[in-house]
Structures are given as structure tokens and as C-alpha cells.
Write a protein that binds this ligand. Structure first.
Ligand SMILES: Nc1nc2c(ncn2[C@@H]2O[C@H](COP(=O)(O)OP(=O)(O)OP(=O)(O)O)[C@@H](O)[C@H]2O)c(=O)[nH]1
Ligand SMILES: [Mg+2]
Length: 450
């Protein structure tokens, strides 16, 4: 935990505007640390009388005696606060001038400074108020844009994953003590029996872990959004389609083939599901350097997609052959023919005829998209335990590897060693072992004030 404590062992009092942007009806300034009560006294003239009681106060500049604002003050006493330290909250009017003046006063106090992004939560972690997977859940709750994302994040925050890992830890520890006992009393007859028994028990644990690993991709879709790429040759109307679907001019449209050079990505809620909709550069052997890079990015996007909308138009017979792009079995494909306002025959099966110009066929296209979204998101619906972070995936993969190796070992000592590796890996989920490297990255995902 070296670098972590070095950065956060300091004793300063921190503050931040925790309620988003100004102007707003109400703004909350949160102060945490040993000098919180002193800050309250300097600004309101009094220390709070009791914790967790709302008091109406005048906020006054102590240097000039100028009245700044009237609002509420709450004290959350340590250790019963979010950070585990004394916290003072000022609920002021969300006015830029009020906030600026209060910031100025707070900054003039020795050992009081503005919080770094995520620093309140870091202190909470440091003081054992939250474990690492709950911190991750909190990041996801704050960033959630759809109900499905919020539900998923709340599971993490409420400690579902912690519960699972604790469960697994107890099981692995029980096995370990069984092995240690067997080592102590090793004789051939017992060992044979023990081996069979141990492998059976490990199989039931592996089953749970494999289920989690298999569902990783689906739950990633919940957290980051399902990627839909609109792909096809140049000039078939891909940008026109994304503009129709998003109801805005996100992508430039011209009649010059090769107009779109870079991926245009729009984050949106489609039928309540989080989606990343991408317009891509037309696929062709480009001569131009910039267009060439754009085509490479399109190919990359095809590989990352959960759903591909493959577009042709009235002049092209066949859609792009996606077999050449190594897409996974999990990727769904919808083939559409655009510019249907220019044709009379609608004779191809398995293709949806649309016109980005007249809106023809979009209802059908959307209903196809909806069915695919529902099936992809429903795969995760009844799963109790889902992991969507790469970090969690790597840890469970590590445990799975230890268990596979466990089964192959023919000596009890080596089996015990594999179990110890597995147990150690589990500890990384809640963040009490070996995680310094990822802490900075994680806390930076927070905004200032959290
Ligand atoms: N008649 C007709 N024209 C369309 C339709 N959709 C797009 N167009 C026209 O087709 C041309 C190309 O449209 P874009 O949306 O820029 O095509 P694109 O596939 O994004 O092209 P690139 O970015 O160059 O690959 C423009 O002149 C559009 O106005 C349609 O449904 N009907
Ligand atoms: Mg385009």
C-alpha cells in the first residue's frame, strides 16, 4: 500500500463544491478533515451544536464582516461520516459569487485546500468505510445514465461482489485446511481418496467462476453501452442514417464518396438501453492517407461491435462481406439497403429496405434493433453476480487459472500452493492486497467533490 499512503497519509482538510455546476437552486460545499469544525466557526461564527442536525446559518466573511448568504449547515461527526472524518456541509444558494467567496475564505485557512478528484472517496477507502469494489460501484452509480446501468452499479455498491468473493474465499480456505490436514497425515490410501474429493469440490467452485467469466462481455455492455456500428461502402448513406437515428446532424453528409474520415460516436439511450452508435468511414481501398486511417478505424470498429448495421444502396448489389473481418459469434448483423426511394423492386429477402431521405423503413429497422438489444441485455437479467470491469475479469481469470492448475497437480503441497494463489487473487477484488497501481486510476474516474 506504499504509494497510496504516501499520497493520502497527509492530514489536510479538503473541500469541494459537491453538487455539480453553478448556477443552481442549491449548492453544497463539503469540507472533510480535522479542521472542518474550525472552518464552520470561521464562516458562521459558531461550531455546530450537534452532529446530524440541520442548522440555519448566515455565512459571513470573517475579514470584512460582509454577509454572503444564508443557508444550511450540517455536521457529520467522525467516524460516522462518508469519509470517516469530521465533515461539514454548507447548503448555500448555487450562485457563482457565493461559491467563489466561500472558496476564498476556506483557502485562506492554513492546511485547508481544494480536494483532488475522488479524494473524499479515497479517504473513505483509506478509513475502511468502503472497500474497493464498493468504490468502483460508486463510480458507476455516479456515471450511470440508464436504469439498467444504475441497477448494475448498485449491486456492486451494495457489496454483492464482496459477498461472492467472501463466499469463495471461505470455500477455498476450507479446502486449503483440508489439504493441510491431509499433508500432515499423508498415507497412500487417504491421499487417493482426498484427491478425488478435492477435485470434485474444486469443480463446483470453478463452475461459479466460469459463469462469471462467460458473462463478462454481456455485463460490459451494461456498463459501457452496446456498440452499434453503421458500416458499408462509401456514399451509401451511412452518415444520413446515423443522423436519422439520432435525430440530429452529428455527421457530415455530402455526395462526395469518402466524406466521413473518422469514427463519429454518439452515446444514446435506445429503448432505455445504453448504446454507443458509430458512423464509420466508407470501406474501400483508399489512396488518401487520412481516409486510409479512417478505413482502418472502421475495420477496428467492426471487430468491437455488438451489432453491425451493414448498409448498401440502390446501386450496389451486395453488402460488404463481413466474413473477412473476423467478427465474433456474439456480434449481430442487420443488413439494410438505403436510398429505397430510388427503386421500385423490393425483392431481396433478409434485407431491410430503408430511405434516410424519406424515413421509409426506419420503423422496421428500429424494431429489429430493439429485438437484438433486448436479447443481449436480457442475458444478464437474472444473474446475481456480474463483473463488468477489466480489473475484475483479470482477477477471476487468475483464480480460474489457479484452479485449473490445482486439478493438474499430483502432489498435495503443489495443490495447496495453487489454492493460496487463488485466495490471494480474490483479496484483490476488495482491494486490501496488492493494488497500489490501480488506485490512482480508479479515483481519477471521480469528479471533484466526490
Ligand atoms: N435519394 C437518396 N439519397 C440519399 C439517401 N441517403 C443518403 N443520400 C445521399 O447520398 C449521399 C451520401 O450520403 P452520406 O450519408 O454522406 O453517405 P456515407 O455513406 O456516409 O458516405 P461516406 O461518408 O463518404 O462513406 C448524399 O448526397 C446523401 O444526400 C436516401 O435515402 N435517398
Ligand atoms: Mg459518411
Amino acid at each position: 500500500m506504499g504509494s497510496f499512503l504516501k499520497n493520502f497519509g497527509n492530514n489536510s482538510t479538503i473541500f469541494a463544491f459537491s453538487s455539480g455546476s453553478v448556477p443552481s437552486g442549491v449548492g453544497i460545499i463539503r469540507i472533510s478533515g480535522p479542521l472542518s469544525l474550525k472552518c464552520a466557526k470561521i464562516i458562521t461564527g459558531d461550531e455546530p451544536k450537534k452532529p446530524r442536525i440541520v442548522e440555519l446559518k448566515n455565512f459571513v466573511n470573517p475579514n470584512t464582516n460582509d454577509y454572503i448568504d444564508r443557508g444550511l449547515m450540517i455536521w457529520f461527526n467522525k467516524p460516522n461520516s462518508f469519509t470517516g472524518e469530521d465533515i461539514i456541509e454548507f447548503h448555500t444558494h448555487g450562485s457563482m459569487a457565493v461559491v467563489d467567496l466561500l472558496y476564498e475564505i476556506l483557502l485562506s485557512i492554513d492546511n485547508v485546500r481544494i480536494a483532488e478528484p475522488g479524494e473524499f472517496t479515497r479517504r473513505s477507502f483509506e478509513n475502511n468505510k468502503l472497500n474497493l469494489e464498493q468504490v468502483e460501484g460508486l463510480v458507476d452509480v455516479i456515471n450511470a445514465e440508464t436504469k439498467i446501468q444504475l441497477d448494475h452499479a448498485n449491486k456492486l455498491l451494495l457489496g454483492n461482489l464482496g459477498e461472492l468473493t467472501e463466499n469463495l474465499r471461505v470455500k477455498l480456505l476450507a479446502l486449503l485446511s483440508e489439504i493441510e490436514a491431509a499433508i500432515e497425515f499423508e498415507d497412500d490410501g487417504i491421499v487417493l481418496d482426498t484427491f478425488k474429493n478435492l477435485n470434485l469440490k474444486i469443480d463446483s467452485i470453478s463452475e461459479i467462476i466460469n459463469d462469471i467469466l462467460v458473462n463478462y462481455q454481456n455485463s460490459q455492455i451494461i456498463r459501457d453501452g452496446l456498440i452499434i456500428s453503421i458500416i458499408g461502402p462509401p456514399n451509401v448513406g451511412k452518415s444520413s442514417i446515423i443522423n436519422r437515428l439520432t435525430n440530429s446532424d452529428v455527421s457530415i453528409i455530402t455526395n462526395i464518396p469518402g466524406t466521413t474520415r473518422d469514427i463519429v460516436e454518439v452515446k444514446l439511450k435506445l429503448f432505455g438501453y445504453p448504446v454507443l452508435l458509430r458512423d464509420t468511414a466508407g470501406l474501400r481501398h483508399a489512396q488518401d492517407v487520412v481516409e486510409k486511417i479512417g478505413v482502418e478505424k472502421s475495420i477496428e470498429s467492426i471487430k468491437q461491435s455488438d451489432l453491425i448495421i451493414s448498409v448498401t444502396d440502390n446501386e450496389l448489389d451486395l453488402p460488404i462481406d463481413l466474413n473477412t473481418y473476423n467478427i465474433t459469434d456474439n456480434t449481430s448483423i442487420i443488413e439494410v439497403q438505403n436510398k429505397s426511394d430510388l427503386i421500385r423492386d423490393f425483392n431481396k429477402n433478409d434485407i431491410i429496405y430503408i430511405s434516410a431521405k424519406t424515413n421509409f423503413g426506419f420503423e422496421k429497422l428500429l424494431s429489429h434493433i430493439k429485438i437484438i438489444l433486448e436479447s443481449k441485455f436480457n442475458q444478464t437479467k437474472n444473474k446475481m453476480y456480474l463483473i463488468s470491469r477489466k480489473r475484475h475479469h483479470e482477477i477471476f481469470q487468475e483464480i480460474s487459472n489457479s484452479l485449473i492448475s490445482f486439478k493438474k497437480q499430483t502432489e498435495l503441497e503443489l495443490k495447496a500452493e495453487d489454492l493460496r494463489f487463488g485466495i490471494q487473487s480474490l483479496g484483490k477484488i476488495t482491494g486490501r492486497v496488492d493494488v497500489e497501481d490501480m488506485l490512482d486510476k480508479l479515483f481519477n474516474e471521480f469528479c471533484i467533490g466526490k
